[in-house]
Design a protein around this ligand. Structure first.
Ligand code: CP
Length: 309
């Protein structure tokens, strides 16, 4: 049983709750891969996806998760909503609450926006990515992908490489993976490495080789061009040359290591095309697991709401 009505981040989510979500994800993946897409688990409930930033994977998988489990589902794109007329986030939330909806999956450019919304609505709020803070469902699907391949999380070494400073995915993975007993090694240009990240449990590496050596999971991160203030690295081609993961690096990793990336990928910048499309890549499987994870989370939130609200 989850301990609250919302999922705002993995920093405040216990190891027990994470394991429960991963276990339910396994059940949902079986359902999904069996081809059943008309379950009644969420029948009689309504889900809104409220996205103030672009998305393909996260928004679509929340929407499909709701539909496959029988919820009513509506998307609000901030660009075509009353947000453009100056409506505040809290007023938008209260408006949605008045329509008796049950779940809001929100993506917002400002850290803390989902937490603010959650305090002001009766609906369950799921953080679908808030600024440079957290992206908990991405980290859950990444953990599920690792556990599916290795049968465990405890004792794994996971290398997270690239634009860590701007990455909510890196932070949620750091919180979740360390809670379940994995070791997280990070490597980035000094300008893209948050200064205090060791205090949150990361091993900060001085070379890519150090990060990848013996790693079970090798996770490239997208260079977030939209969040760069300028001057953090000389050019994309230099970034790719010095900080992109090359094919030969895989030889340093554990024998059955997997290549991961949250997407969207800047092809040839963070990872070579042959790593993206190669046998060790789990990038497409991560997308399938993302849908299973969001199905699992919505079903668990429904159980919480039935017992507690
Ligand atoms: N990984 C991820 O959040 O992708 P989208 O931006 O496409 O949702």
């Amino acid at each position: 049983m989850l301990k609250g009505k919302d999922l705002l981040g993995l920093y405040h989510t216990s190891a027990e709750e994470i394991l429960e979500i991963l276990d339910r994800t396994a059940e949902m993946k079986k359902l999904l891969t069996s081809g059943r897409k008309s379950e009644k688990t969420l029948a009689g409930t309504a889900l809104i996806t409220l996205f103030y930033e672009n998305s393909t994977r996260t928004r679509t998988s929340f929407e499909l998760a709701g539909k496959y489990l029988g919820a009513h589902e509506v998307n609000i794109a901030a660009s075509s909503s009353s947000v453009q007329k100056g409506e505040t986030l809290i007023d938008t939330g209260k408006t949605l609450d008045s329509m008796k909806i049950d779940y809001i999956a929100i993506r917002h450019p400002l850290a803390g926006a989902p937490a603010l919304l959650a305090k002001n609505v009766h609906a369950s709020v799921v953080n679908a990515g808030d600024g440079m803070n957290e992206h908990p469902t991405q980290a859950l699907l990444d953990m599920f992908t690792l556990r599916e391949h290795f049968g465990r999380i405890k004792g794994l070494k996971v290398a997270i490489l690239g634009d860590i400073k701007h990455s909510r995915v890196a932070k949620s993975n750091l919180f979740g993976l360390t809670k379940l007993g994995a070791e997280v090694y990070m490597y980035a240009p000094a300008t893209l490495m948050p200064k205090e990240i060791e205090k949150l449990g990361a091993h900060v590496c001085t070379s890519m080789e150090e990060a990848i050596e013996g790693a079970h999971g090798v996770m490239g991160l997208r260079i977030q061009l939209e969040r760069q203030k300028g001057g953090l690295f000389p050019s994309l081609s230099e970034y790719s040359k010095f900080y992109g993961v090359k094919d030969k690096m895989l030889a340093l990793a554990a024998k059955d290591a997997i290549i991961m990336h949250p997407g969207p990928v800047n092809r040839g910048i963070e990872l070579t095309p042959s790593l993206i499309d190669g046998e060790s890549s789990r990038i497409n499987e991560q997308v399938t697991n993302g849908l299973s994870t969001r199905m699992a989370l919505l079903s668990l939130l429904k159980e919480y709401r039935e017992k507690n609200l």
